[in-house]
Design a protein around this ligand. Sequence first.
Ligand SMILES: [Zn+2]
Length: 291
Amino acid sequence: MLNPKIGLPILYFRLLNRNYPLGLWKRYAKLFQGVFTSSSILALSFDCDTDQDIDVVWDVHSRLMDMNILPIYAVPGDLLKRGEKVYTRIFETGAEFINHGGREHTYFDKELNRHVSCFFYDQQTLDILKEDIVLGHNTLQSVLGVTPTGFRTPHFGTFQRNEHLTFLYQTLREMGYVFSSSTVPLKGYQYGPIYKKSGIIEIPVTGTFTEPMNILDTWAFFEAPDRQKIASEYRNECNQIGKFASTNPILLNIYGDPSHIYNEPLFFESMKDLMQTMRNCNFSQLIEAVE
Ligand SMILES: [Zn+2]
């Protein structure tokens, strides 16, 4: 049921993205309805890539729990160790944790006075990648006592080529993993909101309503230093998705970083809005719903 059929050419999706974005959403909804019988689902995950996330994550988590949202967490091993106390507290509320590699993949640049991305997976040797995936796995086991079954590639946007994903899925399969959420929105329009590739279930992240090929993340709307979007546009995108999802069941698989949004009321309003028409699931629950 989850095995994708031969896809349409990427050019087709690019043309729709530019000229008829609603067409991509309709296709995405049709693919969802081929797999799920339920109404719309919201999966919200947080990549927690900095020490600042450790400081604000409990506040963000508890406010979302009050809205009946239990986020999923992707925390690099080194940060999981430093934030052991707060992440254990979050884990005890029932939140799902997935492997997000072992090493940190941002650093604080004093000159720029902000965090900068590093340790891109597409720039490493395969041995280093494997080592990082194993390190993330072992750290989750030692800090939270959990054996993860899901993975999110650090900076996954630059790790989308066929050979990247083939390597990733093979490594994850060998380690007993079940799923990954490491692909861009395009895959969702090509293959559906959840599909199986090389023995691993992939759950692509979702795009924005107006430009469905672009990821709906908190970086682009709330944090990027050169951002062209503003917070009210995030609210607007979520509003339009919510409206569409009320009559066209879909999976909305979105992610963000707690430090980008802890003091952004429009983010919380957007989540509250979405919960009017969606129910919240973590990735494992989502997989159970199709299997
Ligand atoms: Zn990350």
